[in-house]
Design a protein around this ligand. Sequence first.
Ligand code: 13P
Ligand code: SF4
Length: 314
Amino acid sequence: MASAPPSLDLKEDILRLKKERNAIILAHNYQVGPIQDLADYVGDSLGLSYQAQKTDADVIAFCGVHFMAETAKILNPDKTVVLPDKDAGCSLEQSCPADKLEAFLDENRAKNYYVIAYINCSAGVKALSDVICTSGNAVRIVEQAPPDRPILFVPDENLGAWVMEQCGRKMDLWKGNCYVHVEFTRESIQKIKDEYPDAVVVAHPECTTAVRLLADEVCSTEKMVHFCKNSPAKNIIVVTESGMLHRLRKEAPDKNLIAGPTDHCACADCKYMKMNTLEKLHACLDQLAPQVEVPEDIRVKAEAAVVRMLEQSK
Ligand code: 13P
Ligand code: SF4
């Protein structure tokens, strides 16, 4: 059953609180439609990081998952950063705890790894890394790595494998993955392709190699918007989290956008992204809680790696 439309009062009250708090609402492309529709900016991890870097708001209400809000705090230690649901985590972040990475780097000190961390990781992992990347700039960041040092890429083995194919640079990959994107299978995507033989397929690089091989385009969520708007195809199969369809249907209304199915579901939801609701957004702006905090010693090191990324992807 479709959920009831948000009451006008709730929406209006969020906008009132936003003004009173001098807040900005940043939302990831996977957020529920009503949050995307209220946000000041909707985008991918890279776009959201640039927005967080340049805002002069006092409060950032970050509608995404914890590592995204944490990145905003890393860049803005003096601002208040709130997240509607503090338990909105990420399976990729969980697959690479900072203490495990630290132990691995200690054991392999002789290798002198250049550590590139996908932004889907904790501040502790960012602090141990030389540079951060997102799905939108990973190839560019890897291409700028020192040629004389081995690269350790954490935590997404699927994104890492795709980047290696794109730029031909060998990397050692941490064995982490996104529990949502690995649910798409070659069989589930082939089945929907058979139903729409003239459709093109756009997939996120967190998908497995078997699924990526069926895609006409592999890219970040923001680049999916450009791809769908500019593709001459009418039917487009979108292989990523379900929230993406809301943004795509708004921006490419003339296309028939088909959610990539998994073996179990007609489309894939990230349970963490879906923890945020309009009600929780209202509460976090009202109470200025839960706030995201990062210990200063970790923040300073993590900031250096994030800022290096932002400079290298300009
Ligand atoms: P994007 O940066 O491409 O939006 O990806 C973020 C993410 O969490 C994908 O699962
Ligand atoms: Fe993390 Fe996957 Fe959810 Fe993205 S979709 S936030 S990578 S669990």
